[in-house]
Write a protein that binds this ligand. Structure first.
Ligand SMILES: Nc1ncnc2c1ncn2[C@@H]1O[C@H](COP(=O)(O)OP(=O)(O)OP(=O)(O)O)[C@@H](O)[C@H]1O
Ligand SMILES: [Mg+2]
Length: 158
């Protein structure tokens, strides 16, 4: 079901919403980011990863497909994040070569181009769809998921 729809006027609006969402996320969450090239998936994931507390650069995992963020030993309270861009995945079952299912349980999984893994995307994920708006730099974002996500995102504001 559709849970929330927001209009994001500019990149900072995207970052603000990503920060709010990040504060609600926990290990085991799977977020699937849909939307065409340049719609803002990586920017949104980057803002989530920074808001969780990772200070390093967050490059697009365009070529390595998977980038892992893990807490340092002195701050194990931070959840691990697995950031994926499956655009270049050749066959859906190749996701298992990335060990993707290990991240489903032990990390927050942020997956760009989830359609590339077809039926291997677990039920119970949150779908986040980004699209361009008429105004340059603006985006529309739609959150879809089950009752569980609906309850969790009730308080989310843009
Ligand atoms: N409101 C906005 N939210 C997100 N990105 C924006 C916004 N306005 C402009 N942009 C720009 O749009 C581009 C989005 O690029 P990004 O790499 O996030 O896209 P993507 O959806 O991950 O594309 P790809 O499918 O190639 O991975 C960036 O250059 C960013 O600065
Ligand atoms: Mg991207």
């Amino acid at each position: 079901m559709t849970i929330k729809v927001f209009y994001l006027d500019d990149l900072s609006a995207s970052r603000r919403l990503a920060g709010r969402l990040a504060s609600t996320l926990k290990t085991g969450d799977i977020l699937a980011f849909e939307g065409g090239l340049g719609s803002g998936k990586t920017e949104f994931c980057r803002a989530i990863i920074h808001a969780i507390g990772y200070r390093e650069d967050v490059p697009s995992p365009t070529f390595n497909l998977l980038q892992i963020y893990e807490p340092s030993v002195d701050d194990l309270t931070m959840p691990a994040v697995w950031h994926m861009d499956l655009y270049r995945l050749e066959k859906p079952q190749d996701v298992y070569e990335l060990g993707i299912e290990d991240g489903f349980d032990t990390a927050i999984s942020l997956i760009e181009w989830p359609d590339r893994m077809a039926g291997h995307l677990p039920d119970g994920h949150l779908s986040v769809s980004l699209s361009m708006s008429e105004k340059e730099g603006a985006r529309n974002i739609i959150f879809e998921g089950d009752d569980y996500w609906n309850d969790r995102l009730k308080e989310l504001e843009d």
